[in-house]
Design a protein around this ligand. Sequence first.
Ligand code: IMP
Ligand code: MG
Length: 186
Amino acid sequence: MQPQLRFPYDFIDRVIISEADIRTRVKELGEAITRDYQDSERLLLLGLLRGSVVFLTDLMREIQRPLTMDFMLVSSYNKSESSGFVRIDADHKTNIRGWDVILIDDIVDSGYTIRTVRKLLLDREPQSLKVCALLDKPERHKVDIPIDYLGFSIPDYFVVGYGLDYDEKGRNLPYIASIDLAKGKD
Ligand code: IMP
Ligand code: MG
């Protein structure tokens, strides 16, 4: 029998994607990107802080091409529910003109974040722009956006771990877990 997992946060309900499954999938994504960017000499992984950090740093080590990384800090105005208003708190440093950019985020929910950042980046005339997300919640999409590289599609759960947070907690978990706010309260 598996030893009972002890969760370091009381709001965790259950593991929905294991550490091993994440590792396998990230490796596959890295292989796909390596193939697709075989001819690229200017590949930039552009991560959205802070959620994409764990994913990006694992993914970059599975890509067998020269690359650089950069980040943007963006937030949705509304705290719990995504709103259409996305604020750029810190911009990337690299001049992306002529670069092959892969925009990397932890999870696509409404799609507003990716849509907004994508539009902004396209105005800066990269050579190409693709989107890579670890997770997607298709039931929650409010706008249509392309996801060129996707880790996993999940149902409409709120999840934490592997970079994703609930109120800034849970980012350090090596797996993806759903949360239950009633848990640990009785
Ligand atoms: P969107 O603009 O609605 O697509 O929001 C995407 C952002 O909301 C992500 O980058 C996350 O920061 C956050 N988010 C959405 N769903 C979750 C979740 O289940 N757990 C943690 N963060 C989430
Ligand atoms: Mg985010």
